[in-house]
Design a protein around this ligand. Structure first.
Ligand code: PMV
Length: 336
């Protein structure tokens, strides 16, 4: 249900009615199959408990985007807000042919950009929903997903579409390029530890580097890609039953594959080793494109906060997440 809200603001003694629509979407983690998913493998991803909120509202000036730290006009190509601008331009070109609409898109995010936690996908999904709602369009989830995918392309070049599906639908999803996502229900819900290394990186560059590796080693790559699909089916199975020990050991196998395709770094290897020092940690891996970014770890039930407390001393952007079932959400305005 679209939540149209009118904000009453006082300007020059007149009471102005400001129309606005807000939507939010969660970030995501990838549990298996990242990179190989670009080449046709199955992958498993899940929503996290950190969200991006986008509010579309009236403006008297040019259409623009604002966040806590930056502002930029929609028509300016200054490299800022690429995903949001691409989504907004796609919506305008498809649905508002005369380009009459004037709006401000305000963004508030709990997800560090470039961390591999789905910041650009979440922002693209929330923007597509908030802006289409603001323009009075009632788009299906499939249409929102397609538009968000355009935003992802403008940032990452050749994405698989996994990120925007995970952020849109929430929960745990099994994904293969070109197929409908399959939502996996969890019979014994669990938590995972997420640690941001603090090292930003470019997904597009890493995806290109893996593409080069595939060209040099086509047969070996194919075998790894097939095995990545197998790992994804197992990951889906053990997530469903909540078997964290098995999940942890699959994370370790998956990490070895990601290392071979060249997306781990010494820093990330050391981080994984130090997280796995505790007996309560069953295994850890990169989540997302790698090259820095974030890792996830499967931790024995009941010990998540103990491990978090130890890890956050060196890596302050660490948290424990459940797998929230909710993806895209229409919001009451919070940023007026
Ligand atoms: O958005 P990131 O950095 O978490 O990585 C996306 C996952 C990749 O498999 C590397 C790329 C893709 O489009 O699936």
């Amino acid at each position: 249900m679209i939540n149209h809200q009118s904000l009453a603001t006082r300007r020059s003694g007149f009471l102005m009615i400001r129309k606005s629509v807000s939507a939010s979407a969660p970030g995501k983690i990838i549990l298996s199959g990242e990179h190989f998913v670009v080449h046709g493998s199955y992958s498993v991803a899940a929503a996290i408990n950190k969200r991006v909120l986008v509010k579309a509202s009236d403006t008297e000036g040019k259409s623009r985007i604002v966040s806590e730290n930056e502002a930029s006009n929609l028509s300016t190509d200054d490299g800022n807000f690429r995903a949001i601008k691409s989504v907004a331009r796609t919506i305008i070109s498809r649905y508002d042919s005369e380009e009459k609409a004037r709006f401000e898109l305000s963004v508030a995010s709990e997800i560090p950009p470039g961390s591999g936690l789905g910041s650009s996908a979440a922002v693209a999904v929330a923007t597509a929903a908030a802006l289409s709602g603001y323009l009075g369009l009632s788009l299906s989830k499939k249409e929102i997903s397609e538009i968000a995918f355009e935003g992802e392309k403008s940032v990452h070049g050749n994405p698989s579409g996994l990120d925007n599906q995970a952020c849109l639908y929430g929960g745990l999803v099994l994904f293969k390029k070109g197929n409908e996502v399959e939502r996996i229900s969890l019979t014994s819900p669990f938590h995972l530890l997420v640690v941001y290394s603090g090292k930003k990186r470019s997904t597009g560059k890493l995806v290109r580097r893996v593409g080069e590796k595939r060209e040099r080693f086509p047969n070996y790559f194919l075998r790894l890609a097939t095995s990545a699909s197998g790992i994804s089916f197992e990951v889906a199975k053990y997530c469903k039953s909540g078997d964290l020990e098995k999940l942890g050991s699959l994370f370790t196998t998956s990490q070895a594959q990601l290392s071979w395709i060249g997306v781990s770094t010494e820093f990330i290897d050391d981080l994984i080793e130090s997280v796995c020092e505790s007996d309560e940690v069953f295994g850890a891996k990169i989540t997302g494109a790698g090259g820095g970014g974030s890792i996830i770890a499967a931790v024995k039930r009941g010990y998540e906060d103990v491990v978090l407390c130890r890890v956050s001393k060196r890596f302050p952007v660490s948290f424990v997440t459940e797998i929230p079932q909710e993806g895209l959400r229409w919001e009451k305005n919070q940023m007026s």
